[in-house]
Every structure is written in structure tokens, then in C-alpha cells.
Design a protein around this ligand. Sequence first.
Ligand code: HGA
Length: 617
Amino acid sequence: MCGIVGAVSSRNITPILIEGLKRLEYRGYDSCGVAVHQDGALRRARSTSRVAELQTQAAEDGIASGTGIAHTRWATHGVPAVRNAHPHFSPGPNAAEGAAGRVALVHNGIIENHDELRAELQARGYVFHSQTDTEVICHLVDQLYNGDLLEAVQQAVQRLKGAYAIAVFHRDEPQRVVGAREGSPLVLGVGEGERFLASDAMALAGVTDQIVYLEEGDVVDLQLGKHWISHAQAGRFTAVEREVKTVHAHSGAAELGPYRHYMQKEIFEQPKAIADTLDAVETIGPELFGAGAAARFKDIDSVLILACGTSYYSGSTAKYWLESIAKIPTSVEIASEYRYRDSVPNPRQLVVTISQSGETADTLAALKHARSLGMQHTLTICNVGTSAMVRECALNYITRAGAEIGVASTKAFTTQLVGLFLLTLTLAKVRGHLSEAQEADHLKALRHLPVAVQAVLALEPQVVAWSEAFARKENALFLGRGLHYPIALEGALKLKEISYIHAEAYPAGELKHGPLALVTAEMPVVTVAPNDALLEKLKSNLQEVRARGGELFVFADADSHIESGEGLHVIRMPEHYGALSPILHVVPLQLLAYHTACARGTDVDKPRNLAKSVTVE
Ligand code: HGA
């Protein structure tokens, strides 16, 4: 999702700003821009194309300076267009057309009271050139500016409702950038005689590893070789100290190697990602989740999982495990719904948040909402150890999927499932539902998983053959039962996200209650058919589809006795994998979505309208 980079230095920082944007590029964006303080004036370049194009434009225009800010935008207010791209400028009130800017600003987040502020600023003579909510902040800073940018920003943020991370500079203060955050991430980078801002430490990889994670409500003043952080309490700003951490942020860029897309690479990295995630696991126990886990796990009587998108489906799978293996009541909620509904808080509930990036705005807000209701037992399953989610939760399990570049999540999902299975086993053990023999069996199955996933990946050529037929369809149904219903949901989501084929998933028994009406020869029905207790029921559901002329594409386990026939295509999975079967069955669905998207020629790693790490509400 959108990114911020800013810098104050005595060297030319344009290359650092552009390189920072490139590191954040994989998250998805629709436009980008850079602005610097050069020769006493504000200069900028903006583009609705790639950062590489912005780089060329900036070089051609000779944009070079020691002070500047840059941004990748994922539009929330106003279409993706150059006039809406950040940085925004304010030339002041009653300015003539084309007047030079005085304030330059970039913003991540959403300003909810932008209409009210816009009306107020328009009444003061400010002219708006974009459709964004962001432009109001820029004019507001200008309106409040009285010779001190820090003071102007401190006053401006008090007027904002919503979420923001901003970076701003002023024409009259050439070596100063001010940043502020509330609800969107922002870090300060401390270099030798220079200071940086970024929405993620990853943007500063190779520039500085000395990072301050700014807290909600912080305003930071960056000058040459020094910074000053202040924090508002009851409307007054006071200086605060924040720890400088050494962060070995990896660069977002990764080699594609022999793969066509990052998504394909990441699908094939799953055996290693799972092995790495399990690397430190010797026995099952609360210590896997951090200090204090044992006491918290003893105190809890239920689990509430909060997540969005693919992470919601890993949570939904875990519900089956938690209730059947750990015998603990579990509910799973979409984070963006939970945060706004009246719920009955239970302080003895373990709140589990799941997020690849650990910065998902809806999930973070849901976590804070749960805490505000008195639920203090919090745990996150997350792929980024330095993320806000990890900092905000009492306990965590960090998956080791490595950087996930493709917007459609794959290896993050399967490693989340591994983390959630470990949580299930741990709670089962704490609650007396896991014998030593069972623990040993589960651990053995977990350790064998990378090999089992590898065997599923070998099915790729068969899936490619199916994808040709799928590429011509505009709709698809996915069926699964029990533990594999969330896997069907995830398969449908993957297909939607990257191939733009409309896909829905149903628990197979639900078909006759409505969706069967959609089944015709034109409707492919993908079925997840492991050889488990529900297989016979599922076979009857498949007959219902065949009887209506529907074409079935079934992923069956080796021993499930479903034979190919007319209108019934079967790909055989190597083996049935018991409780961990969802981790295997999702893999061919990822491959099906991937190859269908390739056959349709879509931008697989950057699907339209979508972004990685969704840091806005
Ligand atoms: N609301 C602003 C910024 C959007 C954003 O943070 N995207 O990730 C806009 O629409 O420009």
C-alpha cells in the first residue's frame, strides 16, 4: 500500500527517496511522486506510471536536494491521476493560477473530516487542485504556519480526525522535515548527520539501520543531524524520548530467479517457508509464544481471532483445529466488522490477530478496540517481527515466510496455518487434551510438511492443463466441507484477486440451499475433496452438481476413490494428511489461480485495485 520516504541531509537525497519508494513498490500503488527543496523553491515530479518512470522524470528535470519527501499512493479519495498524486503543494490563500508552493506534504491514511476542513479553508481563500482528503492537511499547515513548521504541524494534527502518517516541509525552512503519525505507520531513521522518515524501515535498508518506531500521536522534527520527538497529551505537546533500535530490515527487492512472477516463486518457496517457521520448534509449549504466555494461556476460556482477507481464512481454518483438538470455544471475526459492532467483551478470551505485514489498519484497530473493552490477553501471528502488531500484542508467533512480494498472499497463508496449528497444540497441551504420543505424532507430521508440500507442487503441470479451460470462464464455484471450507474460500479469493474471474465458495452441503441454481455447463465447480470423514457426504454433493450438467474439477486425495469421467476431472493429491490437510490442499488452488491469471494475461503480482499491507481503513 502507499509509502512515505523523507530525508534531511547535506547530500543529494533524491536517489535515496526514489530507492526507498522502489523498496515499497511491491505493496501496490497507483501513482507516485517526489518533492524537494531546491534553490529556495519547492520542486516536484509526479507520475501515474511506475517509480522507474518517476526516476527518469526527476533526473530529466534535475531534481536534486538534501531535503525532500516522496510517496507511493493507493487512492482512497480521488481517482489515480497526476493531480491527485502526492506530494501536494500549498501556495497559500488567494494564490494566482500556477503560483509556487510554500508547503509540500505527503500522507498515508484517510482524513475523515476533510469536507469540513476544506470548506473552512476555501472560505479563507485556499484553492484545491486535487480530489484528495490529503490536500486539506497541506493547506491547513500553510494556514497555521507562522515561521515554525513544527508548531504549524502540531496545531494542524489537532484538527485532524481519521488516520494519518505525514511528512511535510516548508519553503522558508530549507533543512527541515516534520513528520507525524496517528493510525498509520511511520519510522524515523537516524543516520550520521542526516535524518530520514519512512512508512516502513524496509524503505531505508542500506541507508540506516538505526530506527525509531514513532508512536501514535508523535510529531517528529527532522533537521540536519538532529531530531526532536514530541507527543500530545490533552492538547499539549511535550518532548519524549523514543528508543533507537538496530533493525536489519531486508530490502523489499528480491530476485525472481527462474520464476515468471513473485507469486509463483512464493508458491514454490512454501516448503522452505514452512521449514523455517518450524525451525526453532523442539517441543510444544507456551514458551513458543513469548514471555508470560503460560500464565495467560491458563487464564483463558476461549479464543477470538481477528483478521482480514486471506488471514481471515487461516483464522477460520484454525477455528476447526482449536475446537476439535484443544477443545476451546473459538470465534473468528472480520476485523473491520468487529471494531464497529457492539460485542460482549470477555477478559478471559485470548485475542489472536493475524496479519502478514503486522500493519493491517483494520486488524490493528480491531485489536485496540478489543483491548479498550478490557481484553488484555493478546497474541499475534505475524510475518514481520518489527511490526506494529507485534509491538501492540502481549504475545506473538513470528512466521518465517520471508518477504512476500506478490500481492496475493501464498506462503504467508500456509505459514500462518503452521503458527495457528502450533497454538492449537499448545492450548491442547495446557488444557490437558494432548497426550505425549499425540504431541509426538503431530510434531512428526509438522516436520514432514515441507516434503509433503513439495510433492503437491509437483502437480503443477496437471493444474496448468486445467487453467486453460478456466481462463475462458467468467464465474466459478468452489466447494469444501469442514476444515476445508475455509480452503475453498481462500481458493476462490485467490482466483478473484489475480484472474478477475468471479468466484464464490460454499460449504458443499449448502449448495442445494441456493447456489445450485447457478450451476450450468458453463459453471466450473472446483472441489476440495480430502479423504476425511465428510468425503461420502461430499460425493453426494458432487452428484447434485453433475445431475445439473455442472463441470467438476476435483482435488482428491490419493485414496479417495473419485474417478475421472465425463464432466468430472480429478487431480490426485499425493496423500491424505489428517489435520494438516488444509495446508496441502490450498497449494493446488494457489497454482490454479496463478496459471489461470497467466493465461488471461493479468498483472499477477500487482492485481488491479489491490495493494499489499493494507494500511488504510
Ligand atoms: N487518502 C489519501 C492517501 C491514501 C493512502 O493512504 N493510500 O494508501 C489519498 O487518497 O490520496
